[in-house]
Design a protein around this ligand. Structure first.
Ligand code: KIV
Ligand code: ZN
Length: 521
C-alpha cells in the first residue's frame, strides 16, 4: 500500500493574494466547491484579518464545504488568530494556520527583532490557536534560508506548543531539490518530537523548482504538500497541484505515494480557476496547457496513430479532457446538451439546463455550430450571480467605422433608477466606456483590457477580460458575446457590480467594527 500525501490547496489564499484583482465572495465560493470536488484534503481559503471581504468569504466557504477541511491564515498575532477562529467557527472542524518568519534576513530586516522573540511569539500563537481548534498548522516562513539549528529549535517548540502540522516553506523558491530534501531529513533526524506532527512543504516556483522540491521533500518524509491549481501564487507561483497529483499517480509504483485527488476533475477545475482568476494557462504548461496532449510533428502523430503509448505517458481522459467532438447545432435537443455537459464532467446541479439551452439556441442561430468551449463559456457566464446585480445594461447602440466618429448610446439601470447617455470616443469601446462613466456616480481607471476568441473558427465568441482600479483596489470583470462591443459592455457592467458588492460589504463591516486591511508577511 502506498503512503497517502495530504494535499493542501492554497489557491484561494496564496493564489488569490497574487491576483491583479481580488475575487468576489461568489467567485471564491465557486472555486472552493470545485476544489472540494477535486478531492483536496485541506483548503486554505483566505486571510480573514486582511479585509472584511476576506473575512466574509472565509466564513461563507467554511459554512458550505463539507468534504475538505477548511483552513485560514494568520500571522502569529492574537487579533489575526481570533479573526480566523471567528470566521471558521461556522464549520464543524477547521484548521488555523499561523506563521512567522525564521530566516536571519526576515527576522532582522523585516521583523526587526531577534530569534528568541520570534520563538516566543510562535509558541504563544500556536497555544492561542489551539484554544479555537485542535487542528493547528504552524509555518516557519522562509524556512529554506533559515539556519538549520534555528529551524530545528523552532519546529520542536511549535510541536511542543500544540502544532499538529508544521510547514517548511521555501518562501522565495531558492533551494535546490537535494538541499531541500536535506533540510527535511535533518529535521527528522534532529527534532525529538517530530513524530507528533505532520511535516508539510510549501514551495515557490521562482527558479521553476517548486514541484521538484516538493517531491524531494516527500521522499525525505514530508507528508503534506501545499500547492495551487495552475500553480498560481506569489511571483512565479506555487507548486502546481495538477502536476503533483499526476506525478504521484503516473509514477505511483516507483514513489509508493498517492493522493485523494480525483484526477478526472483536473481539467475542469483548471479552466474554472483560470477563467475566474483572469490568469491564462500557458499552452505548453504540463497537464493543463492547451498543447499538453497534442502531438505536432509528423513522426509523433504517426507514432500515436499506431499506439498512443508511443508518446503519451498519461491520457487526456485521465485528467478529464474529453476527446470526442460532437456536432452541436440548433437542431440539437436539450438531452444532447445535457449528455454533452455530463461528458465534459459537469453535474446536473452545476447548471440550469433551461437557461443553458436558451443561450445555446441563440448562439447556434448566430454561429451555426457550437463547440465544447462555447458550452463551457456559456456555463461560466451563467454562473455569475446576476440576480443580485445593482447595475444592468438595458440598451446599447454603437456606431463606428472609417472616417466616422465612434459614438455610443446606452441605457443603464442602477438599482431602481435608469439613465440614458451618449458619448463619442476614439473607438467604439472608448465611446461605450465614456457613456457608461456618465451614467454612474464614481470614477474608475481601466488597468487592463484583453480581448480573445473563445472557441474555434472565425465566428467564435469574443471574450473580454477587464481590470479596473477603484479606490486603490483592482476589480475584475468578464464579458462574452458574439459581438465584441457587447462583450466589452458586459465586462464593464460586471466590474461595476463587483465594486458595488465590495462597497456594500465594507459598509456593513464598518458598522460592525471589524478589523481591516493588513497584508500577509
Ligand atoms: O510562502 C510562504 O512562506 C507562505 C507562508 C505564509 C506559508 O505563503
Ligand atoms: Zn507562499
Amino acid at each position: 500500500m502506498s503512503d497517502k500525501i495530504i494535499i493542501f490547496d492554497t489557491t484561494l489564499r496564496d493564489g488569490e493574494q497574487a491576483l491583479n484583482a481580488s475575487l468576489s465572495v461568489h467567485e471564491k465560493l465557486q472555486i472552493a466547491l470545485a476544489i472540494e470536488r477535486l478531492g483536496v484534503d485541506v483548503m486554505e481559503v483566505g486571510f480573514p484579518v486582511s479585509s472584511p471581504g476576506d473575512f466574509e468569504s472565509v466564513q461563507k466557504i467554511a459554512a458550505t464545504i463539507k468534504n475538505s477541511r477548511v483552513c485560514a491564515l494568520s500571522r502569529a498575532i492574537e487579533g489575526d488568530i481570533k479573526a480566523c477562529g471567528d470566521a471558521l467557527s461556522v464549520a464543524e472542524q477547521f484548521r488555523i494556520h499561523t506563521f512567522i518568519s525564521t530566516s536571519d534576513v526576515h527576522v532582522k530586516e523585516k521583523l526587526r527583532c531577534d530569534f528568541q522573540d520570534v520563538l516566543d511569539m510562535a509558541v504563544k500563537a500556536v497555544k492561542y490557536a489551539r484554544t479555537f481548534t485542535d487542528d493547528v498548522e504552524f509555518s516557519c516562513e522562509d524556512a529554506g534560508r533559515t539556519p538549520i539549528d534555528n529551524l530545528c529549535r523552532m519546529v520542536e517548540m511549535a510541536i511542543k506548543a500544540g502544532a499538529t502540522t508544521v510547514n517548511i516553506p521555501d518562501t522565495v523558491g531558492y533551494t535546490l531539490p537535494d538541499e531541500f530534501s536535506g533540510i527535511i531529513t535533518q529535521l527528522f533526524n534532529r527534532v525529538p518530537n517530530i513524530d507528533q506532527a505532520v511535516i508539510s512543504v510549501h514551495c515557490h516556483n521562482d527558479m521553476g523548482l517548486a514541484v521538484a522540491n516538493s517531491l524531494a521533500a516527500v521522499n525525505a518524509g514530508a507528508r503534506q504538500i501545499e500547492c495551487t491549481v495552475n500553480g498560481i501564487g506569489e511571483r512565479a507561483g506555487n507548486a502546481a497541484l495538477e502536476e503533483i497529483a499526476m506525478i504521484l499517480r503516473t509514477r505511483e509504483k516507483q514513489l509508493n505515494l498517492s493522493t485523494n485527488i480525483k484526477h478526472t476533475e483536473i481539467s475542469r477545475t483548471s479552466k474554472l480557476v483560470s477563467h475566474l482568476c483572469n490568469m491564462p494557462v500557458q499552452a505548453n504548461k504540463a497537464i493543463v496547457g492547451g498543447n499538453a496532449f497534442s502531438h505536432s510533428s509528423g513522426i509523433h502523430q504517426d507514432g500515436v496513430l499506431k499506439s498512443r503509448s508511443t508518446y503519451e505517458i498519461m491520457t487526456p481522459e485521465s485528467v478529464g479532457i474529453n476527446q470526442n467532438k460532437l456536432n452541436l447545432t440548433s437542431r440539437s435537443g436539450r438531452h444532447v446538451i445535457k449528455h454533452r455537459m455530463a461528458e465534459l464532467g459537469y453535474l446536473e446541479t452545476d447548471f440550469d439546463l433551461e437557461e443553458l439551452y436558451k443561450d445555446f439556441l441563440i448562439l447556434a442561430d448566430k454561429k451555426g455550430q457550437v463547440f465544447d468551449d462555447d458550452l463551457e463559456a456559456m456555463l461560466f457566464m451563467e454562473q455569475q450571480d446576476h440576480k443580485q446585480d445593482h447595475y444592468k445594461l438595458d440598451y446599447l447602440s454603437v456606431q463606428s467605422g472609417l472616417n466616422v466618429i465612434a459614438t455610443a448610446s446606452i441605457q443603464l439601470s442602477t438599482g431602481d433608477k435608469t439613465a440614458e447617455k451618449a458619448a463619442t470616443g476614439n473607438g467604439p469601446v472608448d465611446a461605450l466606456f465614456s457613456a457608461i462613466r456618465q451614467a454612474i456616480d464614481f470614477e474608475f481607471d481601466v488597468v487592463s483590457y484583453r480581448i480573445s476568441a473563445k472557441g474555434e473558427g472565425e465566428d467564435s465568441l469574443g471574450q473580454v477580460e477587464l481590470i479596473v482600479a477603484w479606490q486603490g483596489r483592482n476589480f475584475h470583470g468578464f464579458g462574452l458575446a458574439t459581438d465584441i462591443i457587447e462583450a466589452s459592455a458586459k465586462a464593464l457592467v460586471h466590474v461595476l457590480n463587483n465594486i458595488y458588492r465590495a462597497q456594500t460589504v465594507a459598509l456593513l463591516k464598518q458598522q460592525s467594527q471589524a478589523p481591516t486591511n493588513v497584508n500577509t508577511g
